[in-house]
Design a protein around this ligand. Structure first.
Ligand code: AHR
Length: 501
């Protein structure tokens, strides 16, 4: 029996809706086919955007979308993607399969997509192979409403009003595909490039994101923060609003990562333990950030995370297409709970990637679309968005696993309260076999109306186009409400959500 204590009187911080963000790159079938099919497609669309996908993302309450990459961003020249489509440059996507990129999805299309979804915009600029002028002009093109060459160009291309850029990344993975730079060299470039990311609209300043570390590389974090804070007034916070972090859950070596659907229990626990490492990563990088920014003004932006397996047999290896099982559901459930618990430092996170790439929430096959197990977790967790984290802890967890170095707690949780006083609790049972009796106890709340939803199935279960609802969110009714709390048996291999009024 595990006891979950919830002290709803102790609010621990605001959970930015953006922790539930996503990422869309010009990679494989994410943008083309997955999101954008063009106005003339037989697949139902609005201005080229797939209606089925947009509707599902609205229902999931996608808060923010990152674009155009990824590695693609540091080779992207935005002027290639504006103006009449027939005259847009065709180029080779060197990072992802060497396919032809026809630039039919560009700046205007990205804003159209975000408008249809109703989400915030996160654009990643090009430091690796782009100039300061190019970045500066992109900002002017997107956000300036007055008289200027770029504003005129935007109007000529059919968009009178300036758009709102909520977040802007100054380069991507500049320690790797974004230029193989040293941290000091990049940090100096960051200082320079970000200067010209102008805030044309004082009421909605752009949140500037500096390129952060690869996984546990604290050396990068230390050097970048040091260089960005040198001779900079304290109130400028190293000239950044956010510092990114990329971390992928890869079960084995990068050269043979493991199958997305064919794995044993050993690999299940190994994967979940690697996902749970996110907690340690946030603490490690957070501790360095605390030295430069004790007031936590700079957000840690985990703008790439999720599982990365061997791509599906028979698909283009450059397209990173993989299936999505209950294991992905647990990785998402565990990671999102970790983000909630670190909401004082983590201000945005973007799972990679939205459609048809890596740990996607949606897969498509021509006109068909399916929601993955990961989608259902984001859907169940959406009530945490913009709620207040509340204190919670579990007594009586067991440590489980098959290898000493890859053990995990069997139960893991987070809880929040929204502006209407509704408490949302999300709990994961990481065991493949054992259910667990759980008693939730509140500090004071006497539960009134309680609803619950669950995603549970065998560890290798997934949704295929033949059986798209094999794994889905269902109502959970098998719980007892007492005057002090809630008791229930949590099935093995499950993610559950309670809403308590
Ligand atoms: O998400 C796929 C790739 O992973 C991104 O392009 C890159 O930033 C990271 O290495």
């Amino acid at each position: 029996m595990a006891k979950l204590f919830i002290n709803e009187k102790n609010k621990k911080g605001h959970i930015n809706a953006e922790l539930y963000g996503n990422f869309s790159e010009h990679l494989g079938r994410c943008i083309y086919e997955g999101l954008y099919v063009g106005e003339n497609s037989d697949i139902p669309n609005t201005n080229g955007m797939r209606n089925d996908v947009v509707a599902a993302l609205k229902e999931m309450k996608l808060p923010v979308l990152r674009w155009p990459g990824g590695c693609f961003a540091d080779e992207y020249h935005w002027k290639d993607g504006i103006g009449p489509k027939e005259t847009r440059k065709k180029m080779v996507n060197t990072n992802w399969g060497g396919v032809t990129e026809d630039n039919s999805f560009g700046t205007h299309e990205f804003f159209e997509l975000c408008e249809q979804i109703g989400c915030k915009t996160y654009i990643n600029g090009n430091v690796g192979s782009g100039t300061v002028q190019e970045m500066s002009e992109w900002i002017e093109y997107m956000t300036f409403d007055g008289v200027s060459p770029m504003a005129e160009l935007r109007k000529k291309n059919g968009h009178e009003k300036a758009w709102k850029v909520d977040y802007f990344g100054v380069g991507n993975e500049n320690w790797g595909c974004g230029g193989n730079m040293s941290p000091e060299y990049y940090a100096n470039l960051y200082r320079r490039y970000q200067t010209f990311v102008r805030n044309y609209n004082a009421e909605s300043p752009i949140f500037k994101i500096c390129c952060g570390a690869n996984g546990g590389d604290t050396y990068w974090t230390e050097k970048v923060l040091k260089t960005c804070h040198e001779n900079v007034p304290a109130e400028a916070h190293g000239l950044m609003n956010g510092l990114s972090l990329h971390y992928y859950t890869v079960p084995n070596e990068w050269s043979a990562k493991g199958s997305s659907t064919d794995f044993d229990e050993k690999e299940w626990y190994k994967t979940l333990s690697k996902a749970a490492y996110m907690d340690e990563l946030i603490r490690k990088h957070g501790a360095i950030m605390d030295q430069y920014d004790p007031e936590k003004k700079i957000g840690l932006i985990v703008d790439e995370w999720g599982t990365w397996f061997d791509c599906e047999p028979g698909t283009n290896p450059g397209f990173l297409y993989q299936q999505n099982t209950m294991r992905d559901a647990l990785v998402a459930g565990v990671t999102l709970n970790i983000f909630n618990k670190h909401c004082d430092r983590v201000k945005m996170a973007n799972i990679a990637q939205l459609v048809n790439v890596l740990q996607a929430v949606i897969l498509t096959d021509g006109p068909k679309m399916l929601l993955t197990p990961t989608y259902h977790i984001f859907h169940m967790y959406k009530y945490h968005q913009d709620a207040e984290l509340i204190e919670s802890f579990i007594e009586g967890t067991k440590t489980i696993g098959e290898e000493k170095e890859f053990m995990v707690p069997n139960i893991q949780e987070s809880a929040s309260v929204d502006k209407d006083g509704v408490i949302t609790i999300t709990i994961n049972n990481l065991s493949t076999k054992d259910s667990e009796d759980i008693e939730i106890a509140f500090a004071e709340r006497r539960p009134g109306e309680v609803t619950s939803a669950i995603v549970t199935n065998d560890m290798k279960a997934y949704n295929s186009f033949e059986n798209p609802d094999n794994v889905k969110e269902t109502e959970f009714k098998d719980f007892t409400v007492t005057d002090k709390g809630i008791s229930f048996k949590l099935p093995a291999c499950s993610v559950i959500q309670f809403r308590v009024r």
